[in-house]
Design a protein around this ligand. Structure first.
Ligand SMILES: Nc1ncnc2c1ncn2[C@@H]1O[C@H](COP(=O)(O)OP(=O)(O)O)[C@@H](O)[C@H]1O
Ligand SMILES: [Mg+2]
Length: 156
């Protein structure tokens, strides 16, 4: 069936500025209760992409930093709150559970770096964004993990 055909969308960006711009382009389709997993190695560009999304939705650019030490930064996105999390320093789901994501998943936009730490706590209805280093550039793959996200990527 046509509506279930989309598997992923790929982009290639050759600078941090271009990756941020991709974030600002993705931002307008995001809304409350959306979950984005930002997947990739250290230095891949997860925070850079989050900066693009956050600057578009909050109007702030310079203030956006990596939540590596605080684990979660909460932003005012106007119509909804935005949680930007970095789970790198956590050991697994038991520690992730302390952060209270359930509430965020229901009413906020949630951006999560190092989501592999979540294990079974990972929600099924989400958009995965994978960033891979290639020679001098980054390959960015948007993969809808639910039918709802597939439909949304189909009708931009
Ligand atoms: N094409 C590119 N896209 C994104 N970042 C790039 C690119 N080329 C080099 N970089 C550098 O890679 C780093 C990405 O850092 P960051 O976004 O914090 O990664 P992560 O959050 O995945 O650990 C930055 O220092 C950035 O300047
Ligand atoms: Mg980061």
């Amino acid at each position: 069936m046509y509506r279930s055909m989309i598997k992923s969308l790929e982009f290639t960006v050759s600078s941090p500025e271009e990756l941020m711009r991709l974030g600002t382009q993705i931002a307008p389709m995001l809304r409350a209760a959306d979950v984005l997993f930002l997947i990739g190695d250290l230095g891949a560009g997860k925070t850079t992409l989050a900066k693009g999304i956050l600057s578009a939705l909050t109007g702030k650019t310079d203030e956006v930093t990596s939540p590596t030490y605080n684990l979660v930064h909460i932003w005012d996105g106007g119509a909804f709150e935005i949680w930007h999390a970095d789970l790198y320093r956590l050991d697994g789901p038991a520690e992730v559970a302390q952060l209270g994501f359930d509430e965020a998943f229901e009413r906020c936009l949630t951006l999560i770096e190092w989501p592999d730490r979540m294990g079974d706590l990972a929600p099924d209805d989400r958009l995965d964004i994978k960033i891979e280093k290639t020679l001098g550039a980054r390959k960015v793959t948007l993969r809808p993990m639910s039918q709802a996200w597939k439909d949304r990527l189909h009708a931009p």
